[in-house]
Each structure stands twice: as structure tokens, then as C-alpha cells.
Design a protein around this ligand. Structure first.
Ligand code: ADP
Ligand code: ASP
Ligand code: MG
Length: 288
């Protein structure tokens, strides 16, 4: 029997219809004879909406309360997905980060996972249940709810795959794989069939938002075969692993960029003999 971790991002669970489709995917993996752990994000753009609500109340909301607030988004998805699986007459159970045994650093809004106690998940898997875990969250040693940084559900998935010694971790998203650059901006970007951990780490760290950088770090450190593929389409995605069999001769594998950054150009004003801001470009990067 195999063991797989599937992760579905916000767009992939953005509507009830998509949650039902996600339930079908989980059941399909289960029917192949696998133990299945599903990690999900908050529905659609709901995390952004939660951030906006907090900012309507306070310009500088307490970080602890932000974690408390943002962790609720994923909790909605796990319960709905579990219900959708029950409706199809399969057993499923949903767990928040702390129920899933995910302990993190005591750092609000960008905590690292320190340890995962898999006992509860293991017991549910042994009972034949599909286990659904809220991404992007954990609990600190002091019992505080923490979040792992925006996009952190990828990290939850890979960390669980490592702790549970899963055979594979599939990141199911709104693109069919990792491309040479962001296909949303560059229409003729090419899908890569394979990428090494180091190449992916570099792309992710430089802003290729398709994977959370810490997720790639985990995958590399624990040698987890990581797949990026489309959520609700049957198309082979991109494998991120150590060994490369094809396309391994290229020096440049892809181009990453960030779009929400501020560029300030300063020049020296000879007449007045002091520095002046020449141009100020783009919106300030969001804090959350
Ligand atoms: P999810 O909600 O599933 O976590 P994300 O929005 O975090 O999805 O990541 C998927 C997005 O990453 C794609 O829609 C795409 O615009 C963007 N992206 C950036 N760089 C790349 C790349 N090199 N290859 C594929 N997608 C990329
Ligand atoms: N819901 C969180 C976010 O929007 C985490 C995630 O989607 O991975 O950033
Ligand atoms: Mg993401």
C-alpha cells in the first residue's frame, strides 16, 4: 500500500463545485489502494479578504490575532471537503494544524515547523480514513496558533509527506506544472517535465510563486519526490527531484520575478549637494 499527500491550493478549492471535484480526486487516489492525506488552503482569495477585514479595523493589527484570524480560512475548507467525501460514502476526517500534531516556532505569521507528531493522523489512516489537514498553520510550544507565511500550505504538505514517509507529495494547483517563467504573464512559457530541488529552490526563492520556498527546502532535505500538477485536469505535471534524466544540459532553467516591489532611485543633486529621490515606482509590498 502506498501513501500519498495531495495539496490543493486556494483556486482549486475556491467553490463548492471545486471542493466536490477535490473530493473525487482524493477518492480516486484512495481507490488505487493508497493511504491519502489531503492538505488544503483557504477557499479562493478568502485569506486576502480576512487580511482586508483586519486592516479595516487596525492599521497594525496584533500579529497573534492575525494568526488566529488567518488560520480560520483553511478550517472552513477542511470541514467542507470532509463532508464532500462523506457524501460519496467514503470515510474522512479533518484536522487543524495543531490536531495534526504540527508544532512550530513561537513566531507569528511566518513560523517554521519544528516537529510533527503523526500519531493522530496515523491512527486515522489505519482506520481507512482519508485524512484532511488544514495547510499553513500549526501551534507553538506555548500553545499559540501560528501560521507559516503566505503560500505556506505547500510547506505543510511537504513536511507531512516527510514525517509520514509518504511515497509522493503532489502539489495540485491552477497551472499544469512548473514553467520556464510565470505563464500568467508570459504566454509562451514552456512547461518543464523535471526540475532539480536546487533549481526549484532558486526559482522559488527568487519569486516563482508556484511553490513556497520552505516546501522545496523540506523536499530537498528529506528527498521527497515532489510533483506540481493541475488540480482538476489529467495532464502530467512537473517532477521535482534530485535525478535529472532529460533537459539536464541547460544552464538557465527558468526565470523568476516579483511583481509587487518598490523601486526607489536616488541620485546625487550636485547643485544642492545632497541626495534626492529621483523616482519611486510601484506599490509597497503587502505586509501580509
Ligand atoms: P495555489 O493557490 O494552488 O497555491 P499559487 O497561486 O500559489 O497557487 O501558485 C500558482 C501560480 O504560480 C500560477 O497561477 C502562476 O501564475 C504562478 N507562477 C509563478 N511562477 C511560475 C512558474 N515558473 N511556473 C508555474 N507557475 C508559476
Ligand atoms: N491561505 C494561505 C494564503 O493564502 C496559505 C496558502 O494558500 O498556502 O497564503
Ligand atoms: Mg501557493
Amino acid at each position: 500500500m502506498g501513501r500519498v499527500v495531495l495539496k490543493f491550493g486556494g483556486t482549486s478549492v475556491g467553490t463548492i463545485e471545486k471542493i466536490k471535484k477535490t473530493a473525487d480526486q482524493a477518492i480516486r487516489e484512495f481507490e488505487k489502494g493508497n493511504q491519502v492525506i489531503v492538505v488544503v488552503s483557504a477557499m479562493g482569495k478568502s485569506t486576502d479578504r480576512l487580511v482586508d477585514m483586519a486592516l479595516e479595523i487596525s492599521e497594525h493589527p496584533s500579529k497573534r490575532e492575525m494568526d488566529m484570524l488567518l488560520s480560520t480560512g483553511e478550517q472552513i475548507t477542511i470541514s467542507l471537503l470532509s463532508m464532500a467525501i462523506h457524501e460519496k460514502n467514503y470515510e474522512a476526517v479533518s484536522y487543524t494544524g495543531w490536531q495534526a500534531g504540527i508544532t512550530t516556532e513561537p513566531v507569528a505569521s511566518n513560523a517554521r515547523i519544528l516537529d510533527i507528531d503523526t500519531e493522530m493522523i496515523q491512527a486515522a489512516l489505519d482506520k481507512g480514513q482519508i485524512v484532511i489537514v488544514a495547510g499553513f498553520q500549526g501551534v507553538s510550544g506555548e500553545g499559540e496558533i501560528t501560521t507559516l507565511g503566505r503560500g505556506g500550505s505547500d510547506t505543510t504538505a511537504v513536511a507531512l509527506a516527510a514525517a509520514l514517509e509518504a511515497d509522493k507529495c503532489s502539489i495540485c494547483t491552477d497551472v499544469v506544472g512548473v514553467f520556464t517563467t510565470d505563464p500568467r504573464y508570459v504566454k509562451n512559457a514552456r512547461k518543464l517535465s523535471q526540475v532539480t530541488y536546487d533549481e526549484m529552490l532558486e526559482l522559488a526563492n527568487l519569486g516563482a510563486g508556484v511553490l513556497h520556498p520552505r516546501a522545496v527546502e523540506y523536499a530537498k532535505n528529506y528527498r521527497i519526490p515532489l510533483e506540481v500538477r493541475a488540480s482538476h485536469e489529467i495532464e502530467v505535471g512537473t517532477m521535482i527531484e534530485e535525478e535529472m534524466t532529460v533537459e539536464n544540459t541547460k544552464v538557465v532553467r527558468g526565470i523568476a520575478f516579483e511583481d509587487k516591489i518598490t523601486r526607489v532611485t536616488i541620485h546625487w543633486d550636485k547643485k544642492r549637494k545632497h541626495a534626492r529621490i529621483k523616482s519611486f515606482y510601484n506599490a509597497r509590498r503587502s505586509q501580509y
